[in-house]
Design a protein around this ligand. Sequence first.
Ligand code: HEM
Length: 320
Amino acid sequence: MSNSAFIKSSIAKKYWMALTGLFLCLFLVGHLLGNLQLIFSSGEEGRRVFNEYAYFMTHNPAVKILSYLTYFSILFHAADGIALLIQNKKARPVNYAYSTPSANSSWTSRYMALLGTLVLVFIATHMSNFWWKMKYTEEIPLHSYYSSMAQDTVYLTQKGQSISVAQVNLVGSTEGTQLIMKAEKVNALIESNFSNQINANTLEPSQIAELELAKKKQLLKKDEVLGEGYKDLHTVVLQYFSKANKSESGIPVGLLGTLFYVFSMSVLAFHLWHGFASAFQSLGLNHPQFTPIIKLFGQGFSVVVPLMFAIIPLFLYLIS
Ligand code: HEM
């Protein structure tokens, strides 16, 4: 590659890294505000608010588009970073004999690739903890609670209908967040009630015909959707960061998880410390008056946002 082509492709990579990086900073603010609900609203109300929020975030079409943009930005930002690293190494295969990196670059800028890799490891682990379970498994139970009005344990539903958990267990099923009355189960129950009535009483043929007619009217033709529930992500997050979260062999998973999150947030802080201001430079947005302000804002951002994130698992662990 000619020198100018090399510089051009480096600049293009830096430009896209900056754009995706700044978009991810916006994601962090939104994600932080959503997750702060875990510590600012408590009890049954807190559980409801968080689970309704999580439902909105996974079902709203506009949020879905933003989510895909986020996944794309994470992958692109990481791949671009690796490509830039390889390109720079190839261009300068031998380290300068008198290289004194500390003289012209800060500790964080020299370690950006390592910090970025650690953040990526965190994101992968974090997404497998909650996001994967929420989207692709049935591991997260649906939100249910005891309703004194219904005198029963019911599901929290979209339209506030009281759908009994016991009833769904008996004649229904749950698919994702849908509460379904299974025709097969309902009909089996109706058939068995009908047989019991016939066997327990001595009936005239006309009475049997009447019962048979009533039974046919009750039979379901197909499965019926009773309502839409909410996944209880709130309980899953609280249980994950709880002191009681231990493996079968007694490993304190809750404690280790909390420490891992706190450590990862300090890594994120260092990554942002350099990345934020550097993104504006890569976009060519240099201004004698505004650049120092942007730098200061970036430093504040890189301390406050990871710190607030770190407080969440710490708080949940300590109150558990
Ligand atoms: C430390 C506090 C944090 C908590 C309690 C937390 C909690 C969660 C939960 C519960 C989900 C699943 C949401 C869902 O699928 O509806 C999620 C998704 C996600 N988290 Fe976090 N998170 C934290 C920090 C972070 C940080 C610091 C990052 C990035 C560096 C991050 C990146 C993500 C991403 C990319 C997703 C997928 C988002 C989507 O599908 O739109 N999280 N987080």
